[in-house]
Design a protein around this ligand. Structure first.
Ligand SMILES: Cc1cc2nc3c(=O)[nH]c(=O)nc-3n(C[C@H](O)[C@H](O)[C@H](O)COP(=O)(O)OP(=O)(O)OC[C@H]3O[C@@H](n4cnc5c(N)ncnc54)[C@H](O)[C@@H]3O)c2cc1C
Length: 417
């Protein structure tokens, strides 16, 4: 439907992909962001496109595991203790979702969503001069202990049942994939259907290409409220007391979406899962295939000539603090799996941080508000926001131009809790 005007608030991967498909559909698109669109959660992440990640975070047994991790300063998970009703309510919904029935229900949905998104990125990567390092080399889940081996092999079995390709390998079998790596592991599972890309390159090129195709960017513009009349947003209000008149609005502010939605009287359950990464520029020796170090929950991704190492999930209440101990935990885990990779780490090391927008049930929010008629939301992708950016953008654009969505969107509705 040509001619529609859409303001997208939040220019992370979800906002930019939505702008991409709406622009292609002939809409007039304005992206509003409080920063300069050069850094943020969608830039420094681990770059993995993961159809293999069909199991949500809320699973039976995860709460006991999380409690144990809370007391280890270098563990991959932490909740910053604080008096927050929002956090309590989120944890309650998380607890309600952590059961076998829920996991069974959402697995095929998350897999399909990821698969579709991968195909969309693949199509994007075929556009002329659009090179963001997209490669389909799969993903290795490496483990060192028998206990973790059992967990990963159960996951591989679930994958078979869903139709996701997975190959269980012993240490010898892994040499075929990483002949140059000196691995100290018991084995691993290879998921050939996964892909990866260089998120910083994708984001920078998306901004440039969108500008060239006529999308307007209002950067350094923070939206703090709305004017609403007759169940419609009339204008976006900025922190500089300006009113921006609007026709249709999409909120894709990642971990900040819930705060702004509240101004429109809408409640969603969302917590930020802070994580860190370090990028080694041109380190020479490095793995060929993206890897997750299973016990440590650390992602290791080759990106162009670089190597990125990322991990940790802290429910921190959007705290800006960098927890040095947890970053050390990430860095120290690498040579425990890859004996011949030493990660230099010191006061000069540039540590990146980002905030995964996490829902209690592991499903994103994608769809319209049921109270404000010109408002749509795309957020809550947690650990898979990069993976699912393209499909979310496509689905939101289809909803707005009133085309049949490529997938059923009911599981992603805002008021499902
Ligand atoms: C360590 C780490 C590793 C990760 N690895 C992966 C991975 O391998 N694969 C994967 O799929 N995902 C990964 N993720 C998750 C992924 O990065 C996120 O889910 C995704 O980037 C979220 O994108 P978004 O567009 O929803 O939000 P964001 O990228 O956070 O974008 C939100 C935007 O909204 C803007 N904004 C906020 N408030 C306002 C306001 N008031 N007014 C205007 N603008 C505002 C912000 O400036 C920002 O640009 C990882 C995350 C971390 C932390």
């Amino acid at each position: 439907m040509r001619g529609k005007t859409i303001h997208i608030v939040g220019g992370g991967i979800v906002g930019l992909c939505t702008a991409w498909y709406l622009n292609k559909a002939g809409c007039k698109v304005i992206v509003v962001d409080e920063h300069s669109l050069t850094e943020g959660t969608s830039f420094g992440n681990a770059g993995m496109i993961v159809p293999s990640h069909f199991v949500p975070m809320a699973t039976p047994g995860v709460i006991q595991k999380g409690l144990k991790w809370m007391f280890n300063s270098k563990s991959p998970f932490y909740i910053k203790p604080r008096l927050s009703m929002e956090l309590v309510q989120w944890l309650w919904q998380f607890y309600r979702s952590a059961n076998a029935g829920h996991v069974h229900k959402v697995m095929p949905i998350l897999f399909e969503l990821n698969e579709r998104s991968k195909e969309l990125y693949k199509t994007m990567a075929k556009e002329q001069d659009f090179d963001f390092g997209f490669e389909e080399k799969g993903l290795l889940m490496l483990y060192k202990t028998k206990k973790q081996a059992e967990e990963e092999q159960i996951l591989a079995e679930k994958a078979y049942q869903l139709g996701v390709k997975a190959e269980v390998l012993d240490a010898n079998g892994l040499k075929r994939f990483e002949p140059e790596m000196d691995l100290d592991v018991l084995g691993g599972v290879y998921f050939p259907g996964d892909a990866h890309l260089y998120p910083n390159h994708l984001m920078a090129q998306l901004v440039n290409r969108l500008k060239q195709s006529g999308v307007t960017f209002l950067s350094e513009t923070s939206i703090v409220d709305f004017t609403i009349k007759s169940a419609r947003i009339q204008s976006l209000l900025t922190d500089a007391d300006k009113a921006i008149p609007v026709e249709n609005v999409i909120l894709s502010l990642g971990s900040w979406t819930g705060h702004l939605l509240r101004k429109a009287g809408i409640k969603i359950y969302l917590q930020d899962g802070k994580g860190y990464s370090v990028t080694l520029e041109n380190p020479g020796l490095r793995p060929r295939i993206p890897t997750i170090l299973s016990e440590a929950k650390v992602a290791v991704t080759p990106m162009g000539n670089d190597l990125r190492i990322g991990g940790t999930l802290e429910l921190s209440g959007l705290s800006q603090k960098i927890n040095q101990k947890r970053v050390e935990g990430i860095i120290e885990s690498v040579p425990k799996y890859y004996k011949n990779i030493a990660v230099p780490f010191g006061t000069q090391t540039k540590i990146w941080k980002g905030y995964r927008p996490c829902t209690p049930d592991g499903m994103p929010y994608i769809g319209p508000s049921d109270t404000i008629t010109n408002l749509f939301v795309g957020t809550g992708h947690g650990m898979m926001g990069l993976s699912l950016g393209a499909v979310t953008g496509k689905l939101l654009s289809q909803m707005i131009i009133r085309e049949k969505p490529m997938l059923a969107t009911e599981p992603f509705r805002l008021n499902r809790f």
